[in-house]
Structure formats: structure tokens, C-alpha cells
Design a protein around this ligand. Structure first.
Ligand code: ATP
Ligand code: SF4
Ligand code: MG
Length: 319
């Protein structure tokens, strides 16, 4: 693997059985690379498979098929014990910070727990205050306190501290600010940027809010119904989207800002991942769809330099 690439997904598939004996095609052949030190944004409407992709990277649960290369190894091929040994280097934080923290435990114990689990309990007295300070919490003030005594933003600081205590190489952030007030969102995004620099982290940043992703990401991957439609540098991808779905998403940005951060894209319903359309999955909502789009799955290709899209008829505007 290219040493600049920290994480590589190859043909990742995540499927869930339904009670009726059918299959939810949550992630259907996602391939992408995350480069050392970058923030890769993963965007798309609710239910498009962002969290399933994030959890499949962590092997929580293991994907249905495909590979996740991290640290030179395919995590999908590792035994549970081997995977445990990799865990400290690959961490994840979630949308709802309060419910992801054990309410009965004190903040320093929550943050120090990974050290204890990894047999490095003796380091807690030194490392925990350091990391708490790094995330902007006063170690003396939080010493005897539990999660319910804190706001959502402060709890997200705690969960970031807990994720950083083992000094991971990569951090998967699944909508880490979506549940927070807008004013607090900016503080947590700044904190993630600062932690990225300080700890040399590589980030995968999952969100449905394009404004947030645009600001924080070096590159962006756009997902629709379990597949990647377009990948490229940010903000160029937002300024000059080539995939019809990205264009639709981007054209909805003003309304996102007006209504406080929800991506409601017009132009039709998203089909069910239980029965996705043949060929291009976006074809039922795409203004440019042709017969070919129903027959042939579009493959990812470089449409303009550095920009990859999976579309039979990408839109390349002259500049
Ligand atoms: N454990 C599960 N069992 C069955 N179906 C699931 C499971 N987890 C996710 N799904 C389904 O898989 C699809 C993708 O879900 P996922 O949570 O990955 O989407 P998402 O992009 O993270 O959405 P959101 O923006 O709402 O968080 C959805 O249709 C969802 O209902
Ligand atoms: S492949 Fe066809 S249906 Fe899909 S986005 Fe491109 S033009 Fe639209
Ligand atoms: Mg999600």
C-alpha cells in the first residue's frame, strides 16, 4: 500500500437481512483511500450508508464483503485477537456524546479507561490530565463529575479525549456535531482541527451538513444509496460538481443555511436500499438519465483532473 495512504477501502459491501427475508443494501461496493494527515469528508442524505461505512471500517460489525486496509493489513482478515491489537490506532466518535458515555462513571475514569484496558493503567495519572487539558477541560474541575452534569458539547470533548488517549493514527467521526447547538458546533470543529495537528491524526468526517464538510475536509466523497458518486478536493468539488447528484446536493446549500442545517434535497424520493434501482442508483431522480443509466452501473473514472465520478453523463462546465 502507498505509504501516504492510511486507510483503503476496497469494494466494501454491507448488507443487513430484514425480518421479511429480504436484504438491505446499505453499502454496495465502496472503494476509496484516505491519505495520511488529511480529513476526508463523507456526505450524503440520511440512510445512504455513511454510518454503515464508518462502522464497517471499525469492523463493528464486520462488513459483508470487501477489504479494509489499515496499517498494511486487511482488517477483515484478522482474528478477533489481532483486531484488538489494532484498535488503539483506529478510533471512532459518535453523534450523541451523552449516550455514548457511561453515566455512572466519573470523567477521568471514562477518559482513562482505554489505558486501563490496554494494560497501561499506570500512565493514567499523567496522560488523562494532559488529554483533558488538550480538549479544553480543566482536570481539577471535572475530577469528581459524571456525564449528566455536562452539556452536549462538553460531553463531546470527553468522548474526543477518550478517543485520543491511546494516540490513534486515524479517527472516524460519525456526525460528531450534528446533535450540538450551532454555536457549540464551531468549537468542536475547531477542537478536532487542533487535535488533528497536535496528534498528527487522519480523519474520516461523516456528516450530512455540506457546510460543515466543506469547511473541515481536504477531500470529500459523496454517497448516494450505498455507493460513492463523486470524490475530489474540497472546496473545488462544491464549486464545480460534475455528478448530477452532487449538483443537486450543492444546489440545496442555501436552503440548508436558512433552515439551520438539514439536507432536504428536492426532486423525488430516495428509493429503498432493499430494492435499489438497476444500473445507476440515482437514475430515478436524475434529470440527465438515459436508457444506458438503467442498464449499466457507472464506474468511477477521472472526469476532470483530480476529480472522480461514477456517471455516464457527468457535467463538465467550461471555465
Ligand atoms: N443494523 C441494521 N439493520 C438493518 N438495517 C440497517 C442497520 N443499520 C443500518 N441499516 C439500514 O442501512 C441503510 C444505511 O444506514 P446508515 O445508518 O448507514 O445511513 P446513514 O447515511 O448513516 O444515515 P443517517 O444520515 O441518517 O445517519 C439504511 O437504510 C438503514 O436503515
Ligand atoms: S449515470 Fe445516468 S442516471 Fe446516473 S447520475 Fe449519471 S446521468 Fe444520472
Ligand atoms: Mg449515520
Amino acid at each position: 500500500m502507498n505509504p501516504d495512504v492510511v486507510l483503503r477501502l476496497a469494494d466494501l459491501v454491507v448488507e443487513f437481512p430484514t425480518h421479511g427475508g429480504r436484504t438491505v443494501h446499505a453499502v454496495s461496493g465502496v472503494s476509496l483511500e484516505v491519505r495520511r494527515g488529511e480529513t476526508l469528508g463523507l456526505v450524503g442524505e440520511s440512510g445512504c450508508g455513511k454510518s454503515s461505512t464508518g462502522r464497517a471500517i471499525m469492523q463493528m460489525p464486520r462488513p459483508t464483503s470487501g477489504s479494509v486496509f489499515f496499517g498494511g493489513r486487511d482488517l477483515t482478515m484478522l482474528s478477533a485477537a489481532e483486531l484488538r491489537a489494532v484498535r488503539p490506532k483506529l478510533q471512532m466518535i459518535f453523534q450523541d456524546p451523552i449516550s455514548s458515555l457511561n453515566p455512572r462513571r466519573r470523567i477521568p475514569d471514562i477518559v482513562g479507561d482505554p489505558l486501563r484496558v490496554w494494560g497501561r493503567g499506570a500512565e493514567r495519572a499523567r496522560v488523562v490530565p494532559e488529554v483533558l487539558e488538550a480538549v479544553g477541560l480543566d482536570p481539577a474541575q471535572v475530577a469528581d463529575r459524571r456525564p449528566h452534569e455536562f452539556s452536549g458539547g462538553q460531553c463531546q470533548r470527553v468522548s474526543i479525549a477518550r478517543a485520543l488517549v491511546l494516540e490513534p493514527e486515524a479517527l472516524i467521526c460519525d456526525e460528531p456535531v450534528s446533535a450540538l447547538d450551532v454555536s457549540v458546533q464551531a468549537q468542536i470543529l475547531n477542537l478536532l482541527e487542533e487535535m488533528k495537528r497536535r496528534y498528527g491524526l487522519t480523519l474520516v468526517f461523516i456528516a450530512h451538513d455540506l457546510g460543515v464538510v466543506r469547511n473541515i475536509s481536504d477531500r470529500v466523497a459523496v454517497m448516494y444509496l450505498g455507493r460513492i458518486c463523486e470524490i475530489g478536493d474540497s472546496p473545488a468539488l462544491f464549486d464545480r460538481p460534475v455528478h448530477p447528484y452532487t449538483r443537486l446536493l450543492v444546489s440545496s446549500i442555501p436552503s440548508i443555511e436558512a433552515d439551520g442545517g438539514h439536507t432536504e434535497v428536492g426532486s423525488g424520493e430516495v428509493p429503498s436500499p432493499v430494492n435499489p434501482p438497476s444500473g445507476c442508483r440515482f437514475r430515478t431522480r436524475c434529470p440527465l438519465a438515459t436508457q444506458r443509466c438503467a442498464q449499466e452501473v457507472p464506474q468511477m473514472r477521472e472526469v476532470i483532473p483530480g476529480r472522480f465520478a461514477a456517471c455516464h453523463h457527468p457535467v463538465v462546465e467550461e471555465r
